[in-house]
Design a protein around this ligand. Structure first.
Ligand SMILES: Cc1ncc(C[n+]2csc(CCOP(=O)(O)OP(=O)(O)O)c2C)c(N)n1
Ligand SMILES: [Mg+2]
Length: 732
């Protein structure tokens, strides 16, 4: 019996901190490399054993309770580790005092876990991107972050990294190689996949390092990210800080496998269990993997065992933690033990320690004296709005017409989208396309990317595993490394399982801490193809409601190409809807080559003076058909305004048309309640009231899911009701 089996038998179902506490003093180090059967046996990294690491020393009060293995490490490295270990501890001690004084509002403590952040950051090159969570102060200090700015950030001051918009450690700072977390924890992991992928594509392997707690390993995002990293053999070091609890939930209630490292077996990934309180073990193993991944890119899962010496956050208490665990783990303190070790080995002297503490104290006090007196930030709406989006080029705001010499071709909407994508791939060499079945021979379920691999290669046109959340996260990781990324949702309906990444990560990123989410999500959408409730939904309103996104919805081939090219020029996240029923049912003239249709500019699809239909997507065609009929019958001339982009939407064009036509129908395929039409109708009522000769009418689908049977689907969709509604409107 060995490896996982041995550990499983030993661990039983005791919570693991109890077990480690019970064995403390006998086993100082649990380190085991697991090799799944699918791995070549020579891929094993060295197994560290307690025996090989220990030197026999006489036990005394000054003897460390942790066995350190400094083989191959010089004194400067050891001193550097010590310095990096002491600073975050001292910051925390100070913050806890300030918290008691009411000068700090919230604190997530990493006391007892510092060796993980510090050992890791010191083992890496500064180019490696770090994806920390809420207990990784040592990463921030280890990267040399300006303390005054860090404290300003933690205090919600304007001179912090998020202008006071984000709390505690929910921020990134790319100048320090740190990518900010969102509260949801797990989504952070897939971003590291994207960063690692960028490094592979750039031909300069730079492992990305992502952190999770034991609780976070239960999230689907953990599974998805590890799976993607393994399938694509991405150089990601996944670090689990197993501190025994997820808030108040002990590990026994969090997972049932013997060890968290065991999870790696399921992904075909190597894993190790490391004593997370032993800074040299952390340092040595991360350094090993940092080098190893450059030779053979692949991910690894490092389960680092530690203990959370304080509450989840300071207000939530620790009543649920047995006191004996604190007593035992206090003996394994990562800072005091390492210091004892260095003193014992003569690497540092007591005077060095004193000097270091004085230096840290002075730095901390000085930073506090700068950050704390700073005034509270003042709300400035113009600035809040200005920071929502990264600056856009004129091709997005103004548009670029086709070159004068350009020919036009008659194309179906699906072909126009394909051409737009091809053009974008040529124009942006860093652009990576991802989606289920989009690569290889298959070319996507709608064949939009058929033949793309032959032209652009499989590295840039990537089939993905079935995991929407991780791929949106990967796209964001690519963007953070300066690339552009597109993800094709196989059907817009499936965006629900990638929703969190879009709403909370992509949409808020720039406003939160200034990074870019240069990502386009293509969404084959809509009904009319008899595909039932999970392949036909119109879900643009979900995104319309989310500040920070762009929502685009073309109704014809030329717009589809021009808007798609603008979407790729835009450094902001664009949710790009393509109506499935229009893909092959409509065609029109499309200019060859590059041109863009600007965002926020509606188009008049039909001129009229008696009423205007404000609409988008497939409903533009329904409106045109009804308007034509009413014109032939001389009932009235109805104008059709195609919004083209929904976020932003063209208020000016709507106002202009309403002022001229005086009657308006807002029409969409989506259900009525909470649909985009409600917002537009409200805006018209408020801004065009005196020009209206009739109430603002809305036509939309009923508030039910979309039925499958063609007869039921026909009844659900508004298409056949548009004419009647227009007659009603014109009759006012
Ligand atoms: C999706 C989601 N669910 C719940 C929470 C609330 N929450 C914040 S931290 C936490 C516990 C996390 O435990 P673990 O992953 O072990 O990290 P630790 O705090 O122990 O470092 C919980 C439940 C959250 N932030 N996100
Ligand atoms: Mg935990």
């Amino acid at each position: 019996m060995g490896g996982p089996q041995l550990l499983a038998a030993t661990l039983g179902r005791n919570s693991w901190p109890q077990l480690l506490a019970a064995t403390l003093g006998r086993v100082h180090l649990l380190a085991q490399t697991y090799l799944p059967d699918c791995m070549p046996k020579n891929a094993a990294s060295a197994t560290i054993t307690a025996a090989s690491a220990s030197k026999t020393k006489k036990k005394s009060a000054d003897t460390p309770a942790i066995v350190y293995n400094a083989a191959g490490l010089d004194a400067n490295t050891l001193r550097r580790l010590h310095r990096n270990l002491v600073l975050p501890r001292m910051i925390e001690e100070k913050m806890l005092i300030l918290l008691r004084q009411g000068r700090v509002s919230k604190w997530f403590s990493g006391i007892g876990q510092e060796a993980i952040s510090v050992g890791t950051v010191c083992a890496l090159d500064k180019e490696s991107l770090l994806f920390p969570l809420h207990r990784n102060l040592g990463l921030f200090t280890g990267r040399g972050m300006d303390l005054a700015r860090l404290f300003a950030q933690l205090q919600g001051k304007k001179s912090g990294f998020s202008k006071g918009r984000e709390r505690s450690f929910h921020f990134g700072a790319l100048e320090y190689g740190i990518v900010g977390m969102i509260s949801h924890l797990g989504p952070q992991l897939a971003l590291a996949c994207g960063a690692a992928l960028a490094s592979v594509l750039d031909g300069k392997i730079e492992p990305a390092v992502a952190f999770t707690g034991d609780g976070g390993t239960s999230e689907g995002d953990f599974h998805e990210a590890l799976n993607v990293a393994s399938v694509w053999q991405l150089p990601v070091i996944f670090i689990i800080e197993n501190n025994g609890y997820g808030l108040s939930t002990p590990t026994t209630e969090q997972y049932r496998c013997a060890t968290l490292a065991d999870k790696a077996i399921g992904y075909g990934m190597e894993a190790e269990i490391i004593d997370g309180n032993n800074i040299l073990d952390v340092y040595n193993r991360v350094k090993h993997w940092n080098q190893e991944m450059r030779r053979t890119p692949r991910p690894v899962l490092l389960e680092m065992r530690t203990f959370r010496m304080r509450g989840h956050e300071e207000a939530s208490g620790v009543k649920y933690v047995p006191q004996e665990l604190f007593n035992t783990w206090a003996k394994k303190d990562p800072v005091t033990n390492f210091e004892k070790y260095l003193l014992l080995e003569g690497i540092i002297t007591p005077a060095d320690c004193e000097a270091l503490r004085a230096e840290c104290k002075a730095g901390i006090e000085s930073a506090i004296s700068i950050a704390f007196p700073e005034a509270e930030p003042v709300f400035n709406l113009a600035e809040e709005l200005a920071d929502l989006y990264a600056p856009m080029p004129a091709s997005v705001t103004e548009g670029v017409p086709p070159a004068a010499t350009t020919q036009t071709q008659e194309l179906r909407l699906v072909d126009a989208v394909r051409q737009g994508l091809q053009e974008a791939m040529r124009r942006h060499p860093g652009l990576v396309l991802m989606g289920q079945d989009i690569g290889g021979e298959y070319g996507g379920v709608f064949k939009v990317t058929e033949g793309f691999v032959a032209e652009f290669g499989a590295a840039r046109v990537r089939n993905t595993p079935l995991c929407e959340s991780a791929i949106v996260g990967t796209a964001l990781g690519l963007s953070i490394k300066g690339r552009k990324a597109m993800m094709e949702m196989q059907f817009a309906d499936f965006v629900t399982v990638g929703f969190n990444q879009i709403i909370n990560n992509l949409a808020k990123l720039h406003w939160r801490w200034g990074a870019k989410a240069d990502v386009v999500i293509r969404m084959p959408t809509g009904a009319g193809v008899g595909a039932g409730p999970f392949h036909s939904q119109s879900n643009e309103a979900w995104f319309f409601h989310t500040p920070g996104l762009k929502v685009v919805y073309p109704s014809n081939p030329a717009d589809a190409k021009g808007l798609l090219l603008a979407a790729f020029d835009d450094p902001n996240p664009v949710i790009f809807f393509e109506h499935k029923a229009l893909y092959r049912s409509i065609s029109g003239p499309v200019p060859e080559g590059y041109f863009t249709v600007p965002f926020g500019k509606a188009a008049t699809a039909r001129k009229g003076a008696d009423a205007v239909v404000v609409t988008y997507g497939a409903a533009v065609h329904w409106a045109l058909e009804a308007a034509e009929k009413l014109s032939q019958e001389r009932v009235g001339e109805v104008e059709v305004l195609d919004l083209r982009t929904l976020l932003p939407w063209d208020k000016e064009a709507v106002q202009e048309a309403v002022l001229r036509c005086n009657k308006v129908l807002v029409l969409h395929e989506d259900s009525l309640t909470g649909g985009i039409g409600g917002e537009i109708a409200a805006w018209i009522s408020e801004h065009c009231f005196t020009s209206l000769d009739a109430p603002v009418l809305r036509e939309a689908a009923p508030d039910t899911p979309i039925p499958f049977a063609p007869s039921l689907e026909k009844g659900f969709l508004s298409k056949d009701r548009v004419e009647g509604r227009l007659r009603e409107l014109l009759g006012w």
